[in-house]
Design a protein around this ligand. Structure first.
Ligand SMILES: [Zn+2]
Ligand SMILES: [Zn+2]
Length: 191
């Protein structure tokens, strides 16, 4: 049994992960440098859109929506990082093993419909936030602010994501059942 986390522990997690800022991103990126996925040139060509692509006539565009379909959005530009975060806040707000979020300091988010449906919840005294559709509760992107880059829940996208996850974060906080999941039987559809 894992001891209950104190509010202070959770707040520390929130400080570090939920408000992932550009500096933190660069730090993690730096730590990953040299790993095949991060430094692989063709991969970064595919995934880094933005101004550099304009000269070549290539622009990366992703589209996404919520479950009920009221909210639709476009992200123009590439993603810098893709993190699977197992912290207690991400587990709680996704109801799952981990959050799966794409981050970009250069891409532009445009709401194509339903912007008024989008609610952003900020967990008090932390930097954890979550945007979601007020009708169906689906996770939705959060536009960049001075404090954090654009955050896009990978599961909200309909277009393919070529970028592989950069890292699992906060594995020390993962659910007690979240071990060796690749060894669990894989069934194509319903059993
Ligand atoms: Zn919805
Ligand atoms: Zn997290």
């Amino acid at each position: 049994m894992r001891p209950e986390k104190s509010v202070e522990d959770l707040a520390v997690e929130a400080e570090v992960v939920q408000g992932i800022d550009v500096g933190a991103l660069v730090g993690v990126h730096g730590a990953q440098r040299g790993s095949r996925h991060v430094s692989d040139a063709p991969l970064s060509e595919q995934n880094r859109g933005g101004p550099r692509d304009k000269g070549r006539g290539m622009t990366t565009r992703h589209y996404g929506s919520c479950l009920c379909g009221a909210v639709r959005f476009e992200v123009e530009g590439g993603f810098d990082h893709f993190f699977l975060c197992h912290c207690a806040f991400c587990r709680k707000d996704t109801g799952s093993a981990h959050g799966a979020n794409l981050f970009s300091t250069t891409a532009k988010l445009t709401w194509l419909s339903g912007e008024a449906q989008v609610i952003t919840y900020h967990l008090p005294s932390t930097r954890h936030a979550k945007s979601f559709c007020k009708t169906c509760g689906s996770a939705l992107p959060r536009a960049a602010t001075n404090a954090s880059p654009l955050v896009v829940p990978a599961g909200s996208l309909e277009t393919p994501v070529a970028l592989r996850p950069s890292a699992h974060l906060f594995v020390a906080s993962r659910a007690d059942w979240d071990h060796d999941l690749e060894t669990v039987p894989m069934i194509e559809r319903l059993p």
